[in-house]
Design a protein around this ligand. Structure first.
Ligand code: ADE
Length: 248
C-alpha cells in the first residue's frame, strides 16, 4: 500500500490519530474543498487523514479527493453508528462486510436501493482491510474491556461483522428504526457516510473498510446517547482500535 486514507465525520471519531502522526514525524496539512488533509505517517505507514463531515455527499467528495489529490490507494473510515439489529448494543463495534444506501429509491425505474446505472445496491468492503480492522477491534476490547466497564459502564462489548446501511438521516425514533429493520433485516448498524465511501471506492477500484462503534440504538434516546457517546467515549474507541490496526 502506498498511502492509506483515514476518514471520519467528526473530530472525536478520528481519536488521537493526528497526535500519533505528529509524534511519528512531519505532518503536512493541505486545504482543499473546505477540508483539511493531513499527510504524514504512523509507525512507518504513509497516511492521509481527514474529516469528511456528515452525510453521503460529504463522504463521497472527500473520498474522491483522497484518491485523486492525495493518492490514497486504500481508505478506512472510523466513527460511530446507530445499532439497528437487536443483537447490537451501545459500546459494540461493527466492521462492515458490505454497505448500502438505505435511502436510495429510484423505483419503479430501478429496484429500490439500486444505484441507477451501476447495477448494484451493495458494495463490499475489502476483505483484508476489514479483517485487520476486526482484529484490531477485538484486541482493543480484549485489552481495554475492563477499563471500558469501569469508566463508561459498557458491559462486555462485542465485535460484529456484516451489513452497515447509510443515509442522509439521523435515525432517532422507534418507528424509523423498526422500518429499517423490516426493510433490511440483515442491517447491523446505520450511519450517514459509509456506503457513499464504498460506492466511490468501487467505482475507482480502491479497497476500503468501515469500522463503527455503536453510540445509540437509533430510537428516541438516540440524540442524547449519541451526543454523550461522541463527547465522552468515541475517541477512546477510535484511538484504541487505530493504534492496534497500525501496530499489526
Ligand atoms: N450515527 C450515529 N448514530 C446514528 C443514527 N442514529 N442515525 C444515523 N447516523 C448515526
Amino acid at each position: 500500500m502506498k498511502r492509506l486514507g483515514v476518514m471520519a465525520a467528526l473530530p472525536q471519531e478520528l481519536g488521537d490519530l493526528l497526535t500519533q502522526m505528529r509524534a511519528s514525524g512531519d505532518v503536512q496539512t493541505v486545504t482543499l474543498g473546505q477540508r483539511e488533509y493531513h499527510v504524514g505517517a504512523v509507525r512507518g505507514a504513509n497516511v492521509v487523514a481527514t474529516l469528511a463531515r456528515v452525510g453521503k455527499v460529504a463522504a463521497a467528495t472527500t473520498a474522491s479527493a483522497l484518491i485523486h489529490a492525495f493518492e490514497a490507494d486504500a481508505i478506512v473510515f472510523t466513527g460511530v453508528a446507530g445499532g439497528v439489529h437487536a443483537d447490537v448494543r451501545v459500546g459494540d463495534i461493527v466492521v462492515a462486510d458490505s454497505l448500502m444506501q438505505h435511502d436510495l429509491d429510484a423505483s419503479p425505474l430501478f429496484p429500490r436501493y439500486e444505484v441507477p446505472l451501476l447495477n448494484r445496491s451493495r458494495f463490499d468492503a475489502d476483505r483484508a482491510l476489514s479483517a485487520a480492522l476486526a482484529n484490531a477491534a477485538q484486541a482493543f476490547i480484549a485489552e481495554e474491556g475492563q477499563a471500558l466497564a469501569a469508566r463508561f459502564s459498557i458491559d462486555k462489548p462485542r465485535v460484529h461483522r456484516g451489513l452497515i446501511v447509510s443515509g442522509d438521516q439521523f435515525i432517532a425514533s422507534a418507528g424509523s428504526v423498526n422500518a429499517l429493520r423490516d426493510a433490511l433485516p440483515n442491517a447491523l448498524a446505520v450511519e450517514m457516510e459509509g456506503a457513499a465511501l464504498a460506492q466511490v471506492c468501487y467505482e475507482y477500484g480502491v479497497p476500503c473498510a468501515v469500522v463503527r462503534t455503536i453510540s445509540d440504538t437509533a430510537d428516541a434516546e438516540a440524540p442524547a446517547s449519541f451526543a454523550e457517546f461522541l463527547i465522552a467515549i468515541a475517541s477512546t474507541y477510535s484511538s484504541g482500535m487505530l493504534a492496534r490496526f497500525f501496530k499489526a
